[in-house]
Design a protein around this ligand. Structure first.
Ligand SMILES: [Zn+2]
Length: 761
């Protein structure tokens, strides 16, 4: 029996561990095997998953990662375990500069192969940057398809590996699949057909820090496969949902495409594990997951690799990639555990790949079976963002670029309902699906003047889960329909409206509960999926909210949080969200819009706080996360960012639509030659540069200075006192200028020149 003090002691240990100096593994962490079936380990691993014991399945065992203090708690609780690796930090260090055991590819070698494939097969292979991971590693995904640079109306399938860096087989499988697809395109008929008719994404190393340091964690000591936002629950050292750069990159890849099938590769046992991982109930797509897992198993080289639901087949986790891919986005999403050993001898790498290769190709093939089509505007014919709801299966959002959708379905007759903000909902019945083919159902929607409703729940938490409620997140999507998602006691949901709301003359948001027992909640608005969240107010039952209460000019994302009243482990716990409506106020013609984004260093890809942003005559400063929003005139405008302390600046031309918030990130390169002091023809010299209160311009003897003006990078003229000393020297009083980079435009009788001047104090 597990004693209460034990849990409290363990919880306080986990809090303390986060402030220690960062090592690849936690200080003193060891890898142990615990036989399944001990009541105490069940209490740790199943009953209290929120406590964050890090576990990985291992056949008849559970592989656990324990600090010395946690191991003592296990011993004290009578849990029997066998130590596999006594000191994981010493073990990782033993691989030296390579990071991985000999015979396995390093991150640099994986990147080198990916680069060479994109270079040598440019028509069918492109590389896509997903940002920077902890440890400053670049995150890159490979896309392989005919016309690879274009998003075509083809089924998309995703394979990823290496989210746990010490599970070395995933990235090895990924890079070999990419290489085979490129090398055998045009000669192998099966591969040629699949590359021509599908879009195959291979995200070959999700956690490069982990691989380079032989740890399951990222550079912040977080288990990335517990940091995803759907039914997130504070496991694996994750401080908040989507808190890590690796998880944000993952979310970017999954939300910017529509993956019919998504396979994520792990090792430590042999198992195909599909949703749910956070709860024991079957998902609405259980039959589809189970059927496709059987296709994977039968076609593989394993003799009877088992498959099943993650929660019941392996163990309970929250915040996994598979629950996010399926729960938030409607992909058929699972993990494949490819080998009992996390680091099998390098001689077996090829064999494990060959066991999986036929099944991977089958998944590429099956991603294109079932139903497919495009959702368009019936008048313009242009693609629309929509939700496709097929019978009682989880909804999927179509591709945001092309409007196409693809979903695997078992043979039968189906009803398809399509909802899209600003359009009439359409329902089509009697759609017949046959095996090994795809039924094309293109749907054109009639525009109507309605408001905006939730497009998807991107993130949610029911603290410590509530298995007495069905967790029906899709109920909050679309207009009110008397079907509700219960937030759970103290739970929250982050909702993407799909469109940006702007502050108008009345309320901008209406929350609908529509039942007889109104409950309390707080509503927050944000301009990105990660906030910052600004409170719009509190409500009980149905209520209206105004953006101006949050002092926000616009918002696309809403966060609704239960007020914490009532019971947590009952049906319908917490606020019951039927729908959330955003009211669109048509902006007056010739109004302004907004530009929002993040300022990054072009060199390091890291956010820049305190950068000055100018657009026309308007000015703002990026916040501590590098985020900014600035009002802008509509039409063609130029937005500029500068960070003079690092000699960084850049300007981009953008087009701003009335009332819209254009998302545009700025990447500031370090400007070479900012301290140059002479003009193009060598006739003018500025000094000192950098300057403080005064700068002088000197012309050579033949040149007469006629005029001098000082501009900001954004083109705003600055009022400065200029004193002329004869015709060839002048002094600018710069004491009123804020530190930064300026342009000095000088007109002489021989040239018009622009010099850069840095003001530094
Ligand atoms: Zn794993």
């Amino acid at each position: 029996m597990l004693k209460r003090f034990l849990l409290l002691a363990l919880a306080s240990l986990l809090v303390c561990s986060s402030i220690e100096a960062q090592t690849p593994w936690r200080k003193g962490e060891m890898q142990v095997l615990v036989p399944i079936g001990q009541p105490a380990i069940n209490a740790f691993a199943y009953l209290v998953p929120g406590l964050g014991i890090n576990t990985e399945p291992a056949g008849d065992f559970i592989r656990c990662y324990l600090t010395r203090d946690e191991a003592k708690l296990f011993s004290d609780a009578g849990i029997d375990f066998h130590t596999e690796i006594d000191d994981l930090n010493a073990w990782s260090a033993s691989f030296g500069g390579r990071g991985v055991p000999s015979g396995y590819y390093t991150v640099e070698q994986l990147n080198g192969i990916a680069d060479s494939l994109a270079f040598n097969f440019p028509d069918i292979c492109t590389l896509h940057s997903l940002g920077t991971a902890t440890g400053f590693y670049q995150l890159k995904a490979i896309k392989i398809s005919d016309n690879s640079a274009i998003d075509e109306n083809e089924a998309e399938v995703l394979f990823d590996g290496g989210i746990h860096g010490d599970e070395v087989g995933g990235p090895e499988n990924m890079i070999r699949l990419a290489r085979d697809l490129c090398l055998q395109y045009g000669s192998d008929p099966e591969i040629t057909d699949l590359v021509d008719t599908r879009e195959i994404w291979i995200y070959y190393c999700v956690n490069p820090y982990g691989r380079s340091n032989m740890t399951r964690y990222n550079g912040n000591g977080v288990d990335v496969n517990r940091d995803c936002g759907y039914m997130w629950n504070n496991e694996g050292n994750s401080p908040s949902a989507f808190s890590q750069s690796e998880t944000k990159a993952y979310r970017k890849l999954l939300t910017e495409n529509q993956f019919a099938i998504h396979c994520s590769y792990h090792s430590g046992t042999e198992y195909i594990s599909y949703p749910w991982s956070y709860r024991a109930d079957n998902s609405p797509d259980h039959a589809i997951h189970n059927y496709l897992a059987s296709v994977y198993a039968v076609n593989s080289g394993y003799s009877g690799i088992p498959y099943g639901q993650g929660y019941t087949g392996m163990y309970a986790i929250n915040g996994s990639t598979k629950d996010f891919g399926y729960g938030a986005l409607g992909s058929i999403s699972w993990s494949v555990e490819i080998s009992a050993d996390k680091q099998p001898p390098a001689s077996q790498i090829g064999a494990y790949y060959l066991k999986n290769r036929p099944s991977m190709l089958k998944m590429v093939e099956y991603s294109g079976y079932g139903i497919n089509g495009t959702i368009t505007d019936s008048i313009t014919g242009l693609p629309l963002p929509a939700n496709i709801i097929i019978d009682d299966l989880f909804p999927l959002a179509n591709d945001p670029v092309n409007g196409d959708y693809h979903k695997f379905l078992l043979p039968g007759n189906y009803t398809v309902k399509v909802i899209s903000n600003g359009y009439e909902t359409r329902t089509i019945t009697g759609i017949s699906i046959t095996a090994m083919s795809s039924t094309e159902v293109n749907i054109a929607l009639q525009p109507i003047e309605n408001n905006r409703f939730a497009r998807r729940i991107i993130s949610c938490q029911i603290p410590n889960n509530n298995f007495n409620d069905e967790g029906n997140t899709p109920a909050a999507i679309g207009p009110p329909d008397d079907i509700r998602y219960s937030l759970g006691r103290n739970g929250y949901a982050i909702i993407d409206l799909g469109d940006t709301l702007t502050d108008g003359t009345g309320p901008e948001v209406i929350v609908y509960e529509n039942d007889v027992t109104p409950e309390g909640y707080q509503l927050f608005a944000g301009q990105t999926m990660d906030g910052p969240w600004v409170m719009m107010g509190t409500g009980t039952g149905n209520a209206e909210f105004d953006l101006s209460a949050a002092s926000l000019p616009s918002a696309r994302y809403l966060k609704i949080k239960d007020d914490g009243d009532g019971q947590s482990q009952v049906a319908d716990a917490g606020f019951d969200l039927d729908a959330i409506e955003g009211i669109i106020y048509l902006p007056p013609v010739d109004s302004t819009g907004f530009i929002a984004g993040t300022v990054y260093s072009a060199e390091f890809q890291t956010p820049v706080a305190g950068a000055a942003i100018t657009c026309g005559t308007r000015f703002t400063v990026s916040d501590e996360n590098g985020y900014f929003i600035i009002e802008a005139d509509t039409g063609n405008v130029e937005i500029c960012g500068e960070f003079p302390q690092m000699f960084m600046y850049d300007c981009d031309p953008v087009v701003v639509a009335p009332g819209d918030t254009l998302l545009h990130d700025l990447y500031l390169p370090v400007q070479e030659g900012i301290s140059e002091t002479t003009s193009d023809f060598g006739n003018l010299v500025v000094s000192p540069n950098p300057a403080n209160d005064f700068a002088s311009i000197t012309a050579n003897g033949l040149t007469g200075i006629l005029d001098c003006e000082v501009y900001t990078l954004g083109g705003q003229i600055q009022q400065c006192h200029v004193s002329y000393h004869g015709s060839s020297i002048l002094t600018i009083n710069t004491s009123e200028l804020t530190p930064g980079i300026y342009f000095i435009r000088i007109l002489t009788n021989r040239e018009a020149s622009t010099l850069k001047l840095l003001i530094q104090r």
